[in-house]
Design a protein around this ligand. Structure first.
Ligand code: SF4
Length: 480
């Protein structure tokens, strides 16, 4: 069976040897580094849940491609049911992990490539789809986690890729060899790149004539020579390294910048190379799938935020305060609207020529725009309900100090009978849910900037059809 347990997943990462830097130092043991391990544990939850009896039927299904059971994180959708399951799984895991579990970006690349490689082949007689399916078999048979290498560093935003003074601001083909290509560039915000076995690279934007070297898609192992992962800073990262005050002791998110320093990619792993007119469609499909994914994970995260808000009300003795109960309602309806948009995007999905199903992009983008505003509002409401100790709470190390610890225990009491430790733990979780930068920034920029979501809605909506509705009612028959 092509399924890994969580332990097998973690052991498989131990067998890899990526080049990693963090805070100016080379990291040689990724798996046991506390900062990175918290991210790996989050991705590990996708393996763990697949092995739990209660969630198995949701996460595990048969893949006709390898005729075996697979984790849905390796399965491009071939039905409406598959699209719906993606959102339900993400909501489940968002609630269990309370942060990003980092495995959807790679799946969303697999989904987009399964559609667009077929379309390119139809036009040019290339063999990208065959190569892609061979890669997909490898991913499914070995239950691999993949990461999406999409966001280029972009340099001067007013210039297209080939116009940049430094030609490497967008990842490009630097050399073509008989056996493959050599690529150079850097991809930013690489969610869970070290929790993944493979990195799947797609173009970051639509391209035009002259950009041929930049219209490239491929997949390579995350420890391929020449790949350098530079782990970025996040608001709470030092706490993970120090082992205290983390707020969520198990799971976290990190997003390295990955530099491709002349990396060789064999032709068998190249899924697009020079077909500029397909770059826009590939990134649009990836982004739309990922925006649908967000509707699941972020509604699950709000579930967790609502739980934290209600628990803080219990701990503070405010569970009957009516304006706080109203704020909980405001949090719940935000989760349900976000989830509803993503579920609707799934039910309105359509079969593509390759056989893969694509979601309704307008509904997926509507979900994401909603997320960008409403996750911040959910966080604000959570902090409002929990109280001011979300900031400035004395450290666990002060609580453990024999001289001041007893005084802190006295003054940090809440409702009668609530252990101070529980109140402190829940306040820390609130801090993490509301203020962890690596995840909260993704509410806004994950899957593209808010303006990209808006442009997608404009481009994908049937605007002429809407004008037609208005003109019919106004009894205007001419084209104007
Ligand atoms: Fe998945 Fe993206 Fe949500 Fe992370 S933020 S759990 S990668 S959809």
């Amino acid at each position: 069976m092509a399924l890994k347990t969580k332990d097998e997943y973690i052991e498989s990462l131990r067998g890899m040897n990526p080049t990693v830097y963090m805070f100016g130092e080379r990291i040689t043991n990724v798996v046991d580094n506390p900062r990175l391990r918290a991210g790996i544990e989050a991705t590990g939850s996708t393996y763990e849940a697949a092995g739990l009896e209660e969630y198995r039927s949701l996460l595990v299904t048969n893949s006709p491609l390898i005729n075996d059971q697979v984790n849905r994180f390796t399965l491009p959708p071939s039905s409406i049911g598959d699209l719906v399951a993606r959102v339900k799984i993400n909501r489940l895991l968002g609630g269990r992990v309370g942060t990003c579990f980092q495995r959807c970006t790679g799946l969303d690349c697999l989904c987009a490539l399964s559609i667009v490689t077929y379309d390119i082949d139809q036009k040019y007689g290339t063999e990208y789809n065959r190569r892609f399916l061979e890669f997909l078999k490898h991913v499914q048979k070995n239950d691999l986690a993949c990461n999406a290498g999409v966001t280029d560093v972009k340099g001067d935003r007013s210039l297209s890729p080939h116009e940049q003074p430094d030609r490497d601001m967008y990842l490009r083909v630097a050399e073509r060899r008989p056996g493959g290509i050599v690529v150079r560039g850097a991809k930013a915000h690489q969610t869970g790149s070290l929790s993944s076995h493979e990195i799947i690279v797609l173009p970051t934007r639509a391209m035009r004539k002259g950009d041929e070297d930049y219209a490239v898609a491929f997949a390579i192992p995350t420890d391929t020579p020449g790949l350098i992962h530079v782990v970025g800073r996040s608001t709470l990262d030092m706490r993970e390294l120090q082992g205290c005050d983390t707020g969520n002791t198990r799971y976290s998110k990190y997003c390295p910048t990955v530099i491709f320093n002349d990396v060789f990619v064999p032709w068998e792993r190249v899924f697009m190379c020079g077909e500029v007119e397909f770059a826009g469609d590939l990134v649009m499909k990836f982004s739309a799938f990922h925006r649908q994914s967000h509707g699941g994970c972020k509604s699950g995260k709000i579930d967790c935020m609502v739980g934290a808000a209600l628990t803080m009300m219990d701990y503070n003795g405010t569970s009957k305060v009516s304006h706080l109960r109203q704020k909980v309602i405001d949090m719940v309806h935000r989760a349900e609207t976000l989830y509803g948009c993503s579920i609707a995007a799934s039910y309105e999905g359509k079969r593509q020529p390759s056989g893969t199903y694509f979601i309704d992009p307008v509904l997926a983008n509507a979900s994401k725009i909603h997320e960008g505003k409403e996750m911040a509002e959910a966080g604000r409401l959570l902090v409002d309900i929990a109280g001011g100790f979300v900031s400035d709470l004395p450290s666990d190390r002060d609580l453990a100090n024999p001289e001041i610890g007893p005084l802190l225990y006295k003054y940090l009491q809440g409702a009668a009978g609530v252990p101070v430790e529980n109140r402190v733990k829940m306040l820390r979780l609130v801090e993490k849910l509301a203020l962890e930068s690596a995840d909260t920034v993704s509410d806004i920029h994950g899957g593209g900037s808010p303006e990209a979501h808006r442009v997608s809605i404009l481009r994908e909506s049937d605007l002429e059809g809407k004008k037609g509705l208005a003109k019919r009612l106004a009894e205007i028959e001419s084209w104007r």
